[in-house]
Design a protein around this ligand. Structure first.
Ligand SMILES: *Cc1c(COP(=O)(O)O)cnc(C)c1O
Length: 386
């Protein structure tokens, strides 16, 4: 195996021009970042009021073709507000997948609700529509409360209030099917598109299929604002509620401070938006380069029988955020990760399944065989723009 590991490490080193340490994903500032950030400083509007915030929102909405966009301090806070506005309440449940970053589920917990974990599809690594349908049609019952249809998880007795699929590693979920199934059961769909800015499914941008979608601009995402997030939606009421809650629920007024509910300090700053706007101008270039990189990896890994390179699912144009391979065994995968790190090639294992973390271990889990089988064999490869 060591021989094979050495071949892989050598290949990665060659691609990344033998950098000393090869990170998993580093940001690239090769556009107008400095100019815009300096101009934000010079304007003195460095905080959350400023033209760059509005411009950044406008440009993201245009890029993904959504009616509204609301910028937030990160995607975690964006998910918190969207779930709240979509009607997630304490002691209810939100359907999601066990393979994701912990920031998918923490906002559910902030609201006092609980995640329900349903399996991923082996093709997309995202929520499996068939299993979602099986769960909803066999494990839930409908009730009418004050003339409103609600869905109860039979196993826990709790109401289900939303579905939160994640587009993993920049690959799109089969989101049209997920939305259609959820519509049958009256559930709003919120898309965790934190990793999938630039990813299209059937020529439509991820994050725009459900009630709302959320993007992240953390330092390791495809474009960055340092830290930042964005809600996109076609629902004006939802956009306005999210914006209101993100700015301390302050009613607009030239000088009076009146707040009509408990709000949050979740709005993106102008300094960060300045960085984001410059980054966004290079998004298509980044994707082009990452597509090239994915092709190099794909061709290289075609030569290994025990390692499968994850390719684009049907009907998708991914953003190629993180290149991913699946080993045939957990042991080989772990040995490879150790070997690569010793050689300063910072590959990364898939996250621990969320249902195994201490705070989520008692949550309801429905048939997660695929996630349990694949997650311990997944490795993400260095994927920076080069
Ligand atoms: C990065 C990420 C988030 C959280 O984004 P932040 O902007 O860091 O809060 C949420 N979900 C997924 C799937 C992510 O990868």
């Amino acid at each position: 195996m060591t021989e094979q590991f050495q071949l892989i490490v050598d290949f990665i080193r060659k691609i990344f021009a033998n950098q000393q340490i090869i990170p998993l994903h580093e940001p690239k500032f090769i556009g107008r970042e400095r100019e815009y950030v300096l101009s934000a400083i010079e304007s003195t509007f460095v905080s959350s009021v400023g033209q760059y915030v509005n411009k950044f929102e406008f440009e993201i909405a245009k890029y993904v073709n959504s009616k509204f966009a609301v910028a937030t301090v990160n995607a975690t806070s964006a998910l918190h507000l969207v779930l709240k506005v979509a009607g997630v309440e304490a002691n209810t449940e939100v359907i999601t997948q066990p393979l994701s970053f912990v920031a998918t589920v923490n906002p559910i917990a902030y609201l006092g609700a609980k995640p329900v974990f349903i399996d991923i599809s082996p093709q997309t690594l995202s929520l499996d529509p068939q299993k979602l349908y099986d769960f909803l049609s066999t494990q839930t019952e409908q009730k009418f409360v004050n003339g409103r249809k609600i869905i109860i998880n039979r196993n826990t007795g709790r109401r289900i209030t939303a579905c939160l699929p994640v587009h993993i590693y920049g690959f799109p979920a089969q989101i049209d099917q997920i939305v259609e199934i959820c519509q049958q059961f009256g559930l709003p769909v919120i898309e965790d598109a934190a990793e999938s800015l630039g990813t299209f499914y059937k020529n439509q941008h991820t994050g725009t299929f459900g009630l709302a979608g959320v993007f992240s601009f953390n330092g390791n995402k495809i474009i960055t604002t340092g830290g930042g997030g964005m809600v996109v939606t076609d629902d004006m009421d939802l956009a306005e509620r999210v914006r209101h809650l993100s700015t301390q629920a302050k009613l607009p007024h030239p000088y009076e401070y009146f707040h009509d509910e408990v709000g949050y300090n979740y709005r993106l700053t102008n300094l960060q938006a300045a960085l984001g706007l410059a980054q966004l101008q290079n998004l298509d270039y980044f994707i082009q380069r990452k597509q090239w990189l994915a092709k190099q990896y794909e061709e290289f890994f075609a030569g290994f029988e025990n390692i499968k390179f994850v390719t684009s699912p049907e009907f998708s144009r991914p953003n190629y955020w993180l290149n991913t391979v699946i080993f045939d065994s957990f042991k080989t995968r772990d040995d490879f990760i150790k070997f690569a790190h010793k050689n300063k090639v910072l590959v990364r294992p898939a996250w621990r399944l969320l249902n195994t973390l201490p705070m989520y271990k008692d949550c309801y889990v429905y048939n997660i065989d695929v996630a349990q089988d694949l997650a311990p064999r997944i490795v993400n490869l260095p994927s920076s723009v080069i």
